[in-house]
Each structure stands twice: as C-alpha cells, then as structure tokens.
Ligand binder design. Sequence first.
Ligand code: HEM
Length: 582
Amino acid sequence: MALSDPLVARSITALDSALVLGTLLLTVLLYTFARERNTSYPPGPPGIPLLGNLLQVDVLRPHLQFLEWARQYGPIFRVRMGPTHLVVLNTAHAADELLVNRGAIYSGRAAPHVAMGIVSDGQRMVFLGYTHAWRVVRRALQGTLGPAPSRQLRKMQEFESRVLMHDLLLHGDRSVVETHVQGPNGEIPEEHWFGIVRRYTTGVVLNMAYGRRVNKLFGHPYLHRIYDVMGNFTKVSQPGNYMADGFSFLRWLPDRLAPWRVEARKMHLWEMDLWGRLLDECRATFKSGIALAGFVPSYLRARADAGFEDLPGRGVVVVSSSAPADTSTAGWMRDKLLAYTAGSMLEAGSDTTAATIETFVLFMLHNPAVLARARAELDAAVPVAQGRMPNWEDEESLPLVVACIKETLRRRPPTIMGVPHCADADDVYEGHFIPKGSTVIGNIWAIHMDPARYPDPLAFRPERWYTPGKPTRWASGPTSQDRDHYAFGWGRRFCQGSYMAEASLFVVLTRVLWGLDFACPPDRLPDPDDETRTWSEGFIAVPKIFPVAFRPRSDAHAEVVRRAYEDVQREWQVLGLAVDER
Ligand code: HEM
C-alpha cells in the first residue's frame, strides 16, 4: 500500500499522536514523582499519580473540601490538580505574609489557558499576569476607581438607587405569588426581584465605564448579554473544565484534534460582539464630537490627545519611560485590551455587588432582632418626616447598619475563595518550598470561618464590628493593618472596585432597610448553611433566587421613594441620559 493512501496516512497519524501523547504523559509522571520525592512541600492530602487530588475535590464548590483540609493541615497546605500545584493559605497571617508582604513575587495570575488565552485572547484584566500591560490597565482604572475619584461616582449610585427603590415597590409580592424558575446556567427571570438588583449593579458599572444607562428591566439590549458572557466565562474558566488548561502539551495538537480550541475561538468572537461593539459605539459617539462621561470616553479622549486616536489590536503600546521596565506604567491600551478592560469592570462589579445585596436580605430575614435594631438606628438618624432617604452623610450615625454590611461580606463573601494568585518565583515559607508557577489561593472562606479570629464563625453577628456611639470603620484593606475581613482579596491585586462596591452597598441597603418591609414565606426561606440548595456553583458563589415580598413601611416612606424617582427622571434628561421605561 502506498503511503499516499489516505486510510494508511490517517492511521499512521493516529498512531503517532497516541505515541507522542503517551510519551509526554510518562515524562510528566516521572518528572512529577522525582521532583516530589526530593522537596519539602507544604503538607497536604496524598493524591494519585497524574491526577493528584483532582478526584477528591468538587471543582464547582472547592471551598468545602478546602475548609476541611485547612482544619486538618493548618495555615498552609498543598494539593495537586493534575499537573497544577495549588498552595492554599488558610490564615490571615499566612495570606498577608505571602500575598501582601511578598507581593513582588505573588501578584501574578495563573490564568486558565482556554478561558484567558483563547476565549479572551489574553486581554481579560482579572487574569492578566503581573506585567507591564497589567500595570498600564491598573493605573488607568485608578483614576476612576481610586478612593478619591470613586466619590465622583456616587451621584450616579444615588440616582440609580432611587430607581431600585421604586422598582422594588412596584415589584411588591410578585416573586412570591408568581412561579419563577432560574435557568440552567443561573439565568434570572426578568420579573424576579434579583433582576431589579442586577439592573442597579450592572447599570452603575455600565455608567462608570461607558457613561450609559440600563434604563429598563425588560428587553434591554445589553443587560442579559452581559450576564450570558459572564456566565459562560465562569464556566469555561472553571478548573478541570478543559484538559488543555492542566496538560500544556495538549495545546500543540492541531485544530482537528482539539475541538475545544475551535469552540473557544468562536466564543471569543461572540464576546467581541458585545465588548467590541460597546467600544465601537462609544468611539463613534466620541468621533462625532459628543462628549460622554465615563472611563472609556475619557480614556479615548486622553489617548487621542497623546497622539494615539486609533490604536487597533491587542495589548498596550509601550511609551518610553524613565522608570525601570518592571515598575513602569507608561503606555496606552490598544482597542481590544480597552474593550476587555471595560468588560472586566462589568464582570467584576455586577454579580459580586448584587450577590452581597441579596445575601444581606437573606441574613436580615434570618435575624429579625438585628433587622429591628438596624431599622431603629435608621429611623433615629433619618426620620421619615425629613422627607428624604438616607445618604452617605448619615454614615457616621449608622454604625450598626455598616456593621451588618461588613458581617455579610465576612459571613458569605461572594468570591468565596478569592481570585487565585500565582508565584512568579520559587519561594520558601516557614520551611515549605513553594515552586515558581504554583497557583496560590488566599482561602477567604477558611479565614472567615476561623474561630480563633471570628468566634462562632457561622453566626451572623454584626456586634463583632459594632461599638455603640462610634462610627464603624469599613476596615476592608488594602493594607494588612486595616483588615477586618478579606472579601476584597490581597496586595497589589486587591479589588480595585472596593470603594465603589462599598458605596453601592451602603446607599442601597440603608435605603432598603429604611423604606421597605420585606418578607419571605418561612417554608421558602433558604438556609444559608445549605450549600447546594442556597448557593450557586462557581468561583462567584451567589444566592439562588428566593422569593421576597416588598412593601413600603408607611405611606410617607412610599411618597418619598416615588418623589425621588420622579425627580431623577428630570435629572436623566438634564444629563442627556435615557429616562426609565417601565
Ligand atoms: C462586593 C463587591 C465586590 C467584591 C466582594 C469583590 C471582590 C474581589 C476580589 C476577591 C478580587 C480579587 C483580589 C485578589 O486577587 O486578591 C477582585 C478583583 C477585582 N475587582 Fe472586585 N469585588 C467587588 C466589586 C467590584 C467592583 C464594583 C469593581 C469595579 C467596578 C471591581 C473591580 C475589580 C477589579 C478590576 C479587580 C481585578 C484586580 C486585578 O486583577 O488587579 N470589583 N474583586
């Protein structure tokens, strides 16, 4: 038979591939064994060859098993998920020491190959390595999200919270009397009160990024697309989802043997149809001379002023700087990185904040005595006779309410295991070797459940933070000296939106407590300790939908909410923004 015979050629190719694959697997196996025998790694559960501990962990809810191992092995343990070394830090001290004090080494990201390299074309900010491009992005965002500039965002947060209050009033008991079913990928029915919360959280970030509004709950062109993209990305970035994430040699396979790559490229185009289109629309407006507020319009303006009006492509354009290459922030984002950076804001800021609001309501329903005390505090600080809703100026008079928000972030942090960092160099911690390339997890869940730091950790107890008559400090970082909880992560990768997030939580939750009674039928109230029934899977573990009936605490409260909503419609027009459509 001639070699040109297609059947023979195909079987030789298949045999070759199998041999190459087998040899590579064997090499990985031998290398792993040899390395492990001679090194003093952190303690950890024994695994099996090749797969390590992969089969011992529910990859969709790893925090449960990781908490068990934290109790067994202490401040630091190590597991292997296939070829990936995971070093897990379970006390505040260990996490602060590595992720903050040794931030020069531990600020990288272990990005999943398929989700970051292909689906995001390497441009998603949250997964960028500790690189020059990341520094350029981070510096650009700080001008909008930093402690001082983020105060400029409060006007829109205040305006949008009026719409949220109005919508919850309109919602009434709809999610209790109607049957709503969550979609298989966590999709929220538009009529459910979770949709009202999402409209707020996504709306304020969309406004921050693009100066646009989400002005309707039903049929908005972007609202659902954003959640679809986020949901898909959460799925594809899940550890264990793609073999090629763990076994890098699979990345050499040609397309016909790697259908995941073809699928991932399609996903990238689908994502660009959203993030790229938002940028294109913004650029068209900018070029037509209309001045929009927001991070992206301001960035396009500044970039054009610097002589880079059009910068197609990915990554950054390097601008010479006198700073050393490893600290320089000089440079401009090209279009694709800019589009993904704005998209990353929407992803990072929407579900996390929405989940915290919903979780707060859940804990209040479970703790009616705390709720009554928080309300009494609000009624004293902002009597309804004043004809206004609470605002940030009232913060000092509301120490218990702030303590309740902090306790929500501690008791159930939305990014329950944080976002993994990566060790960019070999290191030793308390005699334990941490190899370069290890994925390093600040185990927020284990730290928040540490009874030495938080006695009776499962109890919802705002008193941990509350001193009567004294303002409650947020104490959420970024410095290790100013930490009561770790919901926003660590060090140089600390959540850049934390000031914006806390401002949203404050204005929304003080208003909800102040103006609305809310109730859930006891037999439908989810149990916060029931992991599978109450919380979603994934690296942002959010509450599953539960029904709540909202009604005004009095006619006077309802009147204040209604008036604030009507007034804000005029404000939208003055600002040239879309009015609400209901
Ligand atoms: C309650 C709400 C939020 C929580 C709990 C939260 C939590 C987190 C966590 C745990 C990280 C990873 C930190 C680390 O790597 O150690 C993170 C990163 C980040 N967050 Fe947030 N976040 C929230 C809201 C927001 C908002 C509103 C924004 C902006 C609109 C935002 C923007 C970011 C960005 C840009 C990063 C990536 C930082 C980097 O990789 O350098 N977050 N967030």
